[in-house]
Design a protein around this ligand. Sequence first.
Ligand code: FCB
Length: 444
Amino acid sequence: MLKFPEGFLWGAATSAYQIEGAWNEDGKGPSIWDTFAHIPGKIRDGSTGDVACDHYHRWREDVALMKELGLKAYRFSISWPRVIPSGKGPLNSKGLDFYDRLVDALLEAGIEPFVTLYHWDLPQALQDLGGWANRDVAYYFSDYAAAVARRLGDRVTYWTTHNEPWVVAWLGHGWGEHAPGVRNPKMALQVAHHLLLSHGLAGEVLRDLGRPDAQVGIVLDLSPVHPASENPNDLIASQRVDGFRNRWFLDPLFRGSYPADMWAFYGNIVPEVKPGDMAQIARRLDFLGVNYYTRTVVTYDPKEEFQIRRVQVETSEHTEMGWEVYPQGLYELLVRLVQEYEVPALFVTENGAAFNDNLAPDGRVCDEKRIQYLRAHIREAHRTIQEGVPLRGYFVWSFLDNFEWTHGYTKRFGIVYVDYKTLHRIPKESAYWYARVIANNGLD
Ligand code: FCB
């Protein structure tokens, strides 16, 4: 039996655009994902998040199911345009009411709300002003944080500002794969800077307006980077990708500066940084949230952008996303974070896998591969705790099957199956398995 420390926060995660639906109800303004998903050809199965899992209407049922499974915490995000339809200015009380009720229901069910302020759904009205490339948006974000904290701050202890700023910057603004669909590396780095700045500003607001015991953090998508070979060029490539992906965010947050090697490498695409920005970004954090799915193996390739290319390790198992199953990477990553940065506490805020799940005629979804994936990663998480890593909780991505961004509904990450025709929720075998892990506070 691998026992976890008492009070370990076992949870599951979702995000607003991926599950809520009700995209234009009760005064909600459009977000950049509403706009993007409605453009033909952007989403692989032609779908949108208009209805998604209809969580906006089915939240009571969802909270009841979380309670049944024994979740100790639920990580969800707040839709900024639901709360402030045009991003700045008047509040939409119906939008705030929704989250207010949700938080109450969670607490009543004994489930800790773990709130993310930004999981990619910028109000379209702010995109029309230039979006995250416009420095003012960082200040609008902190006003939004204040509005949410004033309403929920008496009951919410755990806050995270951003989810995966690297994805917002690079998939959204560097390569144009995500909303708002911009392809401009220089802008991507400026956006990353504004995201970090907005994190610092909002963090301060959450501390001022939140509970005295509020815990404020940020969620990064981190990945250990390995060279494809011992070739010196591959080693350089792996350091570069580590800088691009991991250190570009970790260094500002924990050291108050961008990594010098990457600053030099980026040359004329580095962001504009104003005096005081770095100190604002590096203000005290209570915890770091880590989303871990896979490692990154890279090789040097002069033909590619930044002279790097990702390599598939053919001999490994891969999930439906094509991501290598590499549990020991979680151990490597968490240990490194504590060794190289002053990280006060850690949460695994996302970990999970998409597999091709089938609803059997007997009404069951036997997702043995997901159980194996989760077990292997939870085992690695346990190993880090034994070595003194201050890991305080673990969230499965995801509670429900949901809208997986450009993949639409084709990738199922949930421990609960969603029948998209009826919107029925059917706990998969992994949900029952996870419920036992939680009940035992550990693995058999
Ligand atoms: C993460 C996102 C989350 C989900 C998972 C699979 O990058 O935070 O919304 O898409 O990947």
